[in-house]
Design a protein around this ligand. Structure first.
Ligand code: PGA
Ligand code: ZN
Length: 418
């Protein structure tokens, strides 16, 4: 049995330069490490991220307490356990914390351990990480949802919608998908420059030009898709993450402009955008508790992917509620929203059983850790959301998928989009 012999955590930094936790788990002289990511537009129901709020040196952002918990409390409980028994280890972590939202130990300390254990188990079995999830054969690659214009909480340009993404729907292979996105991004860059706007990028690597209107961003994307020789809505689709929690006030939303408007008006605004720009996917169109707005909207759209992120927070109970409420047809999966890999996999499996598509996602504060690339392939998730083709923490995930692709069939290796 491959027993855990040592667990060591440390404070490192994420892509925004904020402290985060890395944990290294050992089986004698073999080890694997994992870094926890961190969100900016977080949902209320997400698992708790432990930070030393009163540490002046790091403006309250350090994670020394989380590091201490791993080194002094968690490590003792999982020493001598089999590294291959992920469920047992995760259940120990959950019990040790024993709160609904992992407020005692912090989901960041717990997840860094859980991910490192999963990686180490693969390493000891001498298999690639993507083969250490529940899909065992016929692996497929996820479609990238590349966030090419950043707004909302990820930029300071005043754009209402947080993420303007592209998805290369007709790509036959992952390399082809990357090539298509690359061309659109390079053409977009040129177009933004030609408009005398800045090509500086936001937290997820997408451009963050000083434009205020959603439609201006959409027009730029449509033009760059065309300039690259592709047809919008056929070869390449535009997808949005509204992150509407951030745009909500007392039953109204400021999505389509600075003005707050009713759900009814928001829906008609969305329907216009869907029609005009052939939008294929909208994430978090409404706030996390506005269940009625979600089901009203889902009823009115056809062939559009409606994605729950802050709505579900990778939480099985919330997913079940959303399913009964007919809120969405797709779920975004972020392991640090729930805190362990076992719980993450449970949510993915349930979502797939009820016919939802699963999209594996990074966080806006991320790192060189590429765990989610393998997770996407190993769970047959149809899509991955990991920012633009820019900033190493984003590109690292795409590069890992390119490595995986080399071991899969050379033709038609993409997941089947619904
Ligand atoms: P976050 O944003 O990581 O800042 O929460 C990503 C998202 O909303 O999908
Ligand atoms: Zn989101």
């Amino acid at each position: 049995m491959a027993k855990i012999t040592k667990v060591v955590a440390r404070q490192v930094f994420d892509s925004r330069g904020f402290p985060t936790i890395e944990t290294e788990v050992f089986c004698r002289n073999i080890s694997s490490k994992a870094i926890c990511p961190s969100g900016a537009s977080t949902g209320t129901y997400e698992a708790y991220e432990k930070r030393d709020k009163n540490n002046k040196k790091y403006l309250g952002k350090s994670v020394f307490k989380a590091v201490y918990f791993v080194n002094k409390i968690i490590s003792k409980k999982i020493l001598k356990k089999s590294v291959h028994n992920q469920e047992l280890i995760d259940s120990i972590l959950i019990k040790l914390d024993n709160t609904n939202q992992k407020t005692k130990l912090g989901a960041n300390s717990i997840l860094s351990v859980s991910m490192a254990v999963k990686k180490l188990s693969a390493k000891i079995k001498k298999i690639p990480l993507y083969k250490n999830f529940f899909i065992k054969k016929n692996f497929r690659l996820p479609f990238p949802l590349m966030n090419i214009i950043n707004g909302g909480a990820h930029a300071n340009n005043g754009l209402r919608i947080q993420e303007f993404m592209i998805r290369p729907d007709r790509a036959k292979t992952f390399s082809e998908a990357m090539n298509i996105c690359y061309l659109v991004i390079q053409n977009l860059k040129k177009l933004i420059k030609d408009n005398n706007l800045s090509i500086a990028v936001g937290d997820e690597g997408g451009f963050a030009p000083m434009i205020k209107k959603n439609e201006e961003a959409l027009n730029l994307i449509v033009k760059s898709i065309k300039k690259s020789g592709y047809m919008n809505g056929r070869d390449v689709s535009i997808c949005l993450d509204v992150a509407a929690n951030e745009l909500y006030l007392k039953g109204k939303y400021s999505i389509h402009s600075n003005k707050y408007e009713s759900v009814k008006n928001c829906i008609s605004g969305y329907l216009k955008l869907i029609k005009k720009y052939k939008i294929k996917s909208i994430e978090d169109p409404f706030a996390e508790n506005d269940w009625k707005a979600w089901s009203n909207f889902l009823k009115k759209v056809k062939n559009v992917q409606i994605v729950g992120d802050d709505l579900y927070v990778t939480n099985l109970q919330r997913l079940k509620k959303g399913f009964l409420n007919m809120s969405t047809n797709t779920i975004l999966i972020k392991p640090n929203q729930i805190g362990t890999i076992t719980e993450t996999l449970e949510v993915i499996k349930f979502a797939q059983q009820i016919g939802f598509q699963t999209i594996i996602s990074h966080r806006s504060g991320d790192s060189e850790d590429t765990f989610i690339s393998d997770l996407a392939v190993g769970t047959n998730s149809t899509q991955i959301k990991t920012g633009s083709l820019c900033r190493s923490e984003r590109v690292a995930k795409y590069n890992q998928l390119l490595r995986i692709e080399q071991y899969l069939p050379k033709k038609n290796n993409m997941a089947k989009l619904k």
